[in-house]
Design a protein around this ligand. Structure first.
Ligand SMILES: Cc1cc2nc3c(=O)[nH]c(=O)nc-3n(C[C@H](O)[C@H](O)[C@H](O)COP(=O)(O)OP(=O)(O)OC[C@H]3O[C@@H](n4cnc5c(N)ncnc54)[C@H](O)[C@@H]3O)c2cc1C
Length: 318
């Protein structure tokens, strides 16, 4: 029977594929579950197909998959709230979360157990000094790719410019991943990247054997998406290609975990055991915010695993 109290068995922070997978498992087992999400998952804006997720032929765009997942949540009576969790305190079985939503005052939600499925924040390249001016080209209509594990084969036969918004190593990682597929690869190191471009970076790039240049992006011109695109630099170069591949750095969203005293590694990823459990009893973690390959399949897998473990934990504590 469903519990009628307003105290949740589990609150899931983050409604990307990982959080949804946890919530679905718990909802299926008739647990009282709430998913709180501020809706910035990459699957919200990627409108090209996902090729590396089993069982979805004919292929579906990432944003359509996320919509389907969200719809299915309601079939399992999982409650959802659009909002930003700003703080968490307490211990199992009484965690208190402060949530900022459209209401003027933050509200409090309580739960026996928690899942942090908050993902990572990715840094984009800047156009004319502003990363927001890159967003119209970010992972839309094959104008740029971001995920070498997911999209390297999509560059087959294409002339690709890797636009670097991270470290020299992120650029070289992308270059090596797409080398078996792309027709031509150039690396464009942005001088206003989040990681400073140094003499050492220059030496590493020269030794890499990849064609490269650096500068500041003044403008992007899309003549035909995914086919004819131009990157115009402040110093007057026009670089033309078929598509861009962004090399980025990601910052795990682990502030709430830190507040709760949960251990994170040197990159900020939340440390878990193999089942997604943390050093704080009653708190599990799923998806990209764990140190792992960032794909939808792994996010869903870790989400389900956390859901199964929480269901067992709740049974044992009743
Ligand atoms: C451009 C791009 C293309 C990709 N293409 C593919 C692909 O083709 N195939 C593939 O397998 N993978 C792909 N990926 C990777 C895939 O999108 C991620 O691995 C997956 O979305 C991770 O799921 P997640 O649930 O862990 O995190 P996310 O999807 O990032 O979801 C986390 C959610 O938590 C919310 N959140 C965070 N903090 C709070 C808070 N304090 N309060 C409330 N909500 C919060 C965020 O708003 C977000 O909605 C791609 C990624 C990018 C960037």
């Amino acid at each position: 029977m469903k519990n009628k109290s307003t105290h949740f068995d589990t609150v899931v922070v983050g409604g990307g594929p990982a959080g949804i997978a946890t919530a679905m498992h718990l909802g299926y087992h008739q647990r009282k579950v709430l998913v709180i999400d501020r809706k910035t998952s990459p699957m919200q804006f990627v409108n090209t197909s996902i090729h590396n997720y089993p069982g979805i032929k004919p292929l579906i765009a990432a944003n359509a998959i996320l919509q389907k997942m969200r719809k299915e949540l309601h079939e399992f009576n999982v409650e959802t709230l659009f909002g930003n969790v700003i703080s968490i305190e307490g211990h199992t079985p009484n965690f208190q979360l402060q949530v900022k939503s459209s209401k003027p005052k933050p509200s409090t939600v309580t739960a026996k157990t928690l899942v942090l499925a908050t993902g990572i924040s990715r840094k984009h390249p800047k156009v004319d000094g502003d990363w927001k001016k890159w967003l119209p080209y970010a992972a839309k209509d094959h104008m740029s790719y971001y995920c070498p594990d997911c999209d390297s084969p999509q560059t087959a036969g294409k002339d690709v410019i890797i636009v670097n918004a991270g470290t020299v190593n992120s650029a070289l990682h992308v270059a090596r991943c797409i080398r078996p597929f792309a027709k031509r690869i150039r690396i464009f190191m942005t001088d206003d990247s989040n990681v400073p471009f140094t003499k050492d970076s220059e030496t590493i790039l020269n030794q890499s054997g990849f064609e490269w240049t650096h500068g500041l992006i003044r403008e992007i011109k899309i003549l035909e998406p995914g086919k004819r695109q131009q990157l115009l630099t402040v110093d007057g170069q026009t670089l033309e290609c078929n598509t861009f591949f962004v090399a980025w750095i990601g910052i795990p969203r682990s502030e709430l975990a830190v507040q709760l005293g949960i251990d994170v590694d040197s990159h900020g990823n939340i440390i878990t055991d193999s089942q997604g459990g943390t050093n704080v009893e009653g708190v599990w973690v799923a998806g990209d915010v764990r140190p792992m390959t960032q794909t939808v399949a792994t996010a869903v897998g870790t989400g389900v695993y956390a859901g199964v473990m929480i269901a067992h934990f709740l049974l044992a504590s009743e």
